[in-house]
Design a protein around this ligand. Structure first.
Ligand code: NDP
Ligand code: 8X3
Length: 250
C-alpha cells in the first residue's frame, strides 16, 4: 500500500506519515523543507522499515507540481491514498486591511495547490479503479470567524471541492473524505503570526488543543474501514471547543 502525503515536514502531515508507516504503508512525502523530509525519511526507514520517496516542491508552482508528479517512478504510481494536507493561514486581520500577498499565498496553497496535486494523482487511482483521497479541511471551512475571511474562504473551497471530487469520481470507485479539525497545536499559528511565538502560544492557552497525532489517529480509522464504507466528512475539535470561536478556557 502506498500513501502520498503533502506537507509532511511538520504538524498533521508528519504525524500522519509516522502513523501510516506504522501501519505498513510505503510513503511519498512532500514539502518545501528538504532537510526535514530527509530526517523523516531516515526515521521511518529506521523505525518502521518502510520505503519512502521524498519530493521537495512548492504546491503553488503549477508546472513543477504537475511535472514532478508526472515523472513518478513506475513503482510509486500505485497510490492507494492521497492526503491533501499542505496548507496554511497567513495573517488574521479584517478584510478591509488584509495583506493581498497573504491572500494570494493562502488561495494558491490551500485551493490551487490542492487542485494541482489532485489533478496529477487522481487519474492514477482512476486507472486502477480504486483509491482514497483525504482532504484536510478545517472548522474554518464550516464557519466564518472574525478576521478569518480569506483563510475561511479557502477552507470553504476545500469543503466544496471535497464534495465535488466525491461526485465526479463516484463511478470510478474512488473514496473521498474530508477531515475538518478545530484548534490543533502544530506550527500552524506560528506560520499564521509570522514567527510571533507569543501570539501563537496564546491561541492554545487554557485548554488542551488537538495534536497532530490525534488527527493521524482519526485518519488511520478512516482508512481502516471496509471497502464499501466511506466516511465523507469529519469535524474534530478539542473537547474544550464547541465552535470556531467558542472555547472553555480555564
Ligand atoms: P503546519 O504548519 O505544522 O504544517 C503545514 C505543512 O504544509 C508543512 O509541512 C508545510 O511544509 C506544508 N506546506 C505549506 N505550504 C506549502 C507549500 N506552498 N508547498 C508545499 N507544502 C506546503 O500546520 P498543520 O499541520 O496544522 O497544517 C496542516 C493542514 O491542516 C493545513 O491545510 C491547515 O490549514 C490545516 N488545519 C490546521 C489546523 C490547526 O489548528 N493546526 C486546524 C484545521 C486545519 P513546508 O513548509 O516544508 O513546505
Ligand atoms: C485552523 C483552525 O479555527 O484557527 O484551520 O481556523 S482555525
Amino acid at each position: 500500500m502506498i500513501a502520498y502525503i503533502t506537507g509532511a515536514t511538520s504538524g498533521f502531515g508528519k504525524a500522519i506519515a509516522l502513523k501510516l508507516a506504522q501501519q505498513k504503508y510505503d510513503l511519498i512525502l512532500t514539502g518545501r523543507r528538504e532537510e526535514r523530509l530527509k530526517e523523516l525519511e531516515k526515521e521511518i526507514i529506521t523505525t518502521y522499515k518502510r520505503k519512502v520517496l521524498t519530493l521537495t516542491y512548492d504546491v503553488r508552482q503549477r508546472e513543477t507540481t504537475l511535472t514532478i508528479n508526472a515523472q513518478l517512478p513506475e513503482q510509486w504510481k500505485q497510490i492507494d491514498v492521497l492526503v491533501n494536507n499542505a496548507g496554511l493561514a497567513a495573517g488574521l486581520s479584517p478584510i478591509q486591511e488584509g495583506d493581498i500577498d497573504d491572500w494570494d499565498c493562502m488561495i494558491d496553497t490551500n485551493v490551487k495547490g490542492l487542485l494541482y496535486v489532485t489533478r496529477s494523482i487522481a487519474p492514477l487511482m482512476i486507472a486502477r479503479g480504486k483509491g482514497h483521497i483525504i482532504n484536510i479541511g478545517s472548522i474554518a471551512g464550516k464557519e466564518v470567524y472574525p478576521n478569518g475571511n480569506v483563510y475561511c474562504g479557502s477552507k470553504f473551497a476545500v469543503d466544496a471541492l471535497t464534495k465535488a471530487m466525491r461526485i465526479d469520481m463516484l463511478q470510478a470507485g474512488i473514496k473521498v473524505t474530508q477531515i475538518a479539525p478545530g484548534a490543533a497545536e502544530t506550527e500552524f499559528s506560528l506560520v499564521r503570526f509570522k514567527g510571533d511565538k507569543t501570539a501563537a502560544d496564546k491561541v492554545y492557552q487554557g485548554y488542551t488543543p488537538l495534536s497532530g497525532e490525534d488527527i493521524a489517529e482519526v485518519l488511520a480509522f478512516v482508512l481502516s474501514l471496509p471497502e464499501h464504507v466511506c466516511l465523507n466528512d469529519i469535524v474534530i475539535t478539542p473537547t474544550a471547543q464547541a465552535s470556531a470561536t467558542y472555547f472553555n478556557r480555564k
